[in-house]
Design a protein around this ligand. Structure first.
Ligand code: NAD
Ligand code: LMR
Length: 350
């Protein structure tokens, strides 16, 4: 642990105990793009002071320390402290929020599944650290890929923490789907509602427009008027969204960063503060068995959030096409789970 650039402040009249937020891979690209906005209130809202625990590998420790200095220079009123750690137990001690970002990103030509073995070890260690010392109200979003299976893995090593506190980031896919639909319908993003992303954060995911609306009208109807029928949805929209990560890697020369950071902030903020009105979003959450997804598997679903809980939207009708797309993505999740099991990486909770 390094000395915090912030002096210790006692709590007392007029002071609120800050919420501890642990960010892994804090000196990496997404970590760096996330922590300043978290300090500015974009993670837990404008009324919640935070204390940041930055977890990094020894090789990136100096960079994380530099980030801590810059955070100090931001003079963020909500930021009550920053500490840098190399030890997961110390970093998660007392944490209420975990942004589990640290992992190797994929490079050109790799699928996210190629990262399974490389990154899986990280999440077992961190799951155990959470189990040992995180706060009662701990919740985490896993960003590091393959995000769904890493969340499952971390939860398997934290049997004393409710399973639903380990979620995976599919909000970026949700945003991508909303933005692509808005562009195709020549509408504003704010006019789009009811998009859902199902399954794995991978090319097998199913971005679903069947319940979506644009300006209050069924999206499929609006698209059909623009000569964009189901064939366009299947052959252009779905692959565009599902393969957007690879497109970014190809065009940008590296995997998505600021859009991923933005999505992670939105994921946690909505989870903690609630989704607005009747609107839903998409999150990778442990299945409760809904829609034929085996219980426990961390799959993306449409969810609403209230009182700090994410609930899978119940009772949506799925046509045969949707059902088979979800099934295919869930099959991939089951294969990933079997692979980490074979590698002997799963913890005591299955
Ligand atoms: P990066 O290489 O820039 O940063 C990763 C950081 O993690 C590095 O600083 C590294 O030192 C650190 N790290 C590695 N192992 C660690 C450990 N055990 N403990 C603490 N820190 C550790 O990568 P990035 O661009 O920030 O991407 C991070 C991850 O996010 C990748 O796995 C990437 O594929 C994934 N990602 C997910 C989504 C999503 O939507 N779910 C989107 C974009 C990227
Ligand atoms: C993304 O969706 O942009 C990330 O998961 C990075 C990747 O490997 O695709």
């Amino acid at each position: 642990m390094s000395a915090s650039p912030f002096p210790d402040r006692p709590t007392g009249p007029g002071r609120t105990v800050p919420t501890t937020v642990t960010v892994t891979g804090a000196a990496g690209q997404i970590g760096y793009a996330t922590v300043f906005r978290a300090a500015a209130g974009d993670l837990l809202g404008p009324d919640t002071p935070i204390r940041l625990h930055l977890l990094e590998l020894p090789a990136a420790r100096r960079a994380a320390e530099g980030t801590a200095l810059e955070l100090q220079d931001g003079a963020f009123p909500l930021l009550h402290g920053v500490e840098v750690f190399e030890d997961a137990d110390a970093a998660f001690d007392g944490a209420s929020v975990g942004l589990l970002i640290g992992a190797r990103p994929r490079a050109q030509g790799m699928e996210r599944a190629d990262l399974l073995e490389a990154n899986a070890g990280i999440f077992s260690v961190q799951g155990r650290a959470v189990n040992r010392g995180a706060a009662e109200d701990f919740r985490a979003v896993v960003v590091g890929n393959p995000a769904n299976t890493n969340a499952y893995l971390a939860a398997s090593h934290a049997p004393d923490v409710p399973r639903e506190r380990f979620t995976a980031l599919t909000r970026l896919d949700h945003h991508r789907a909303v933005a692509q639909l808005a562009a195709a319908a020549d509408a504003l993003v704010g006019e789009v509602d009811g998009v859902a992303v199902w399954g794995n954060h991978s090319a097998s995911q199913y971005p679903d427009l069947t319940h979506a609306t644009v300006g209050g009208r069924p999206a499929l109807e609006v698209l059909a008027e623009r000569d964009l029928g189901l064939e366009w949805v299947d052959s252009t929209f779905i692959p565009r969204v599902a393969r957007r990560g690879a497109e970014i890697i190809d065009v940008r020369g590296g995997s998505s960063v600021a859009s991923a950071a933005h999505a992670a902030l939105c994921h946690v903020r909505d989870w903690v503060l609630g989704t607005p009105g009747a609107a839903w979003t998409s999150m990778g959450v442990p299945s409760d068995g809904s829609y034929g997804v085996p219980e426990g598997l961390v799959s993306s679903f449409p969810v609403t959030c209230r009182d700090g809980r994410a609930r899978i939207v119940p009772g949506l009708e799925l046509d045969r096409f949707s059902g088979s797309r979800i099934e295919a993505s869930v099959r991939e999740l089951e294969e990933e789970r079997a692979a980490v099991q074979q590698l002997g990486l799963l913890g005591p909770r299955r």
